[in-house]
Design a protein around this ligand. Structure first.
Ligand code: F6P
Length: 334
């Protein structure tokens, strides 16, 4: 028996832990494992490596992915899916494990429906794949946000500044809300917490009135803020990130200096946390077990803390928003 594994979309800490678990679980049953390089591109170009025990040695704590990643679409342009399926057939793959965010997993679903048995594993720093309460990488990213906020607090306090910290999260604001809570952000803005420019200004001014000489604002990159039009530059500079736009817009009302930190890819880099290593190991092993049991067309999900299969078609739902309870807590503390 032979299976394949690939990592598609943006990388996250914990991918290597998952690859290791997939291969170790498969090898334990005498199943051969091919690691396709650079996401779906590996199946398009027949670029792969044998995942032997030796190849897996030492990768558990490493960030990135030993297989490489890409955002290659497996079903477009025309003829792509056929090439993917032909490579899988040539290698006589009995199954494929796809690590991806919702876009990659939607592509995986299409490939599965065209005849390649596969199992998806959710991973994205944005933590927004529908059908699962956790995506590999999020805990590491959240800790990166918390560390950054811990480091920004003393310098903000020393210089009596307003610090705007832009974090990843396009359609859901998990990193802003939970990372902001963990790091004690004074104002948290995300797609789920739609504060207007006036609301944000008033919260900062209220802090000033209470005697606070600094403020930290955590904002998710995908936030829409009423009063800031990023397209035209009204209230902020045109075409700039939300963090810079917000700082420029707030500057009209504030006498304090405002500085911007865009955390960017440091959130996706580095060694995975213990939680991500363990969750990736659980999900990777489970994915292989599902293939062995013939339960393909599924995604390994976390539901109430348990690692269980759900239909892969769940990925067609909307991105999963931050829990209202966490949003309420964020509002209470900001
Ligand atoms: O994978 C999700 C994500 O990290 C988003 O939060 C971010 O906006 C985007 O990917 C960045 O994409 P890229 O790696 O292609 O620059």
């Amino acid at each position: 028996m032979r299976i394949g594994v690939l990592t598609s979309g943006g990388d996250v800490p914990g991918l290597n832990a998952a690859i290791r678990a997939v291969a170790r679980r498969a090898l334990a049953d005498g199943v051969e494992v091919l690691g396709f390089r650079n996401g779906w591109l590996g199946l398009l170009e027949d670029d792969f490596m044998d995942l032997t025990l030796r190849a897996l040695s030492g990768i558990l704590p490493q960030g990135g992915t030993i297989l490489g990643a890409s955002r290659t679409n497996p079903i477009a342009p025309a003829g792509t899916a056929e090439r993917v399926l032909a490579t899988a057939k040539a290698h006589e793959l009995d199954g494929l494990v796809v690590l991806g965010g919702d876009g990659s997993l939607r592509g995986a679903l299409e490939i599965c429906e065209r005849g390649l048995p596969l199992v998806g594993i959710p991973k994205t720093i944005d933590n927004d794949v529908p059908g699962t309460e956790y995506c590999i990488g999020f805990d590491s990213g959240m800790n990166a946000v918390m560390d950054a906020l811990d480091k920004l607090h003393p310098t903000a306090a020393a210089h009596h500044r307003i610090m705007v910290v832009e974090v990843m999260g396009n359609r859901s604001g998990w990193l802003a809300v939970l990372g902001g809570l963990a790091g004690g952000a004074d104002v948290i803005v995300s797609p789920e917490i739609s504060l207007s420019l006036t609301d944000i200004r008033d919260r900062v001014l209220a802090r000033v009135e209470r005697g606070s000489k600094f403020s930290i604002i955590a904002v998710a990159e995908g936030s829409r803020i009423e009063g800031i039009d990023r397209e035209t530059g009204m209230g902020g500079a045109p075409g700039t990130s939300i963090g810079h736009s917000l700082a420029a817009a707030l500057g009209q009302f504030m006498s304090s200096t405002i500085r911007v930190t865009v955390l960017g890819y440091v959130q996706r880099g580095g060694s995975p946390t213990a939680f991500d290593r363990i969750t990736a190991s659980r999900m990777g092993a489970k994915a292989v077990e599902l293939i062995l049991e013939g339960k393909t067309g599924t995604m390994v999900a976390m539901v109430n803390g348990a690692i269980v299969p759900v239909p892969l078609s769940e990925v067609r739902q909307s991105p999963r928003p931050v829990d209202p309870e966490a949003c309420d807590l964020a509002q209470l503390f900001s």
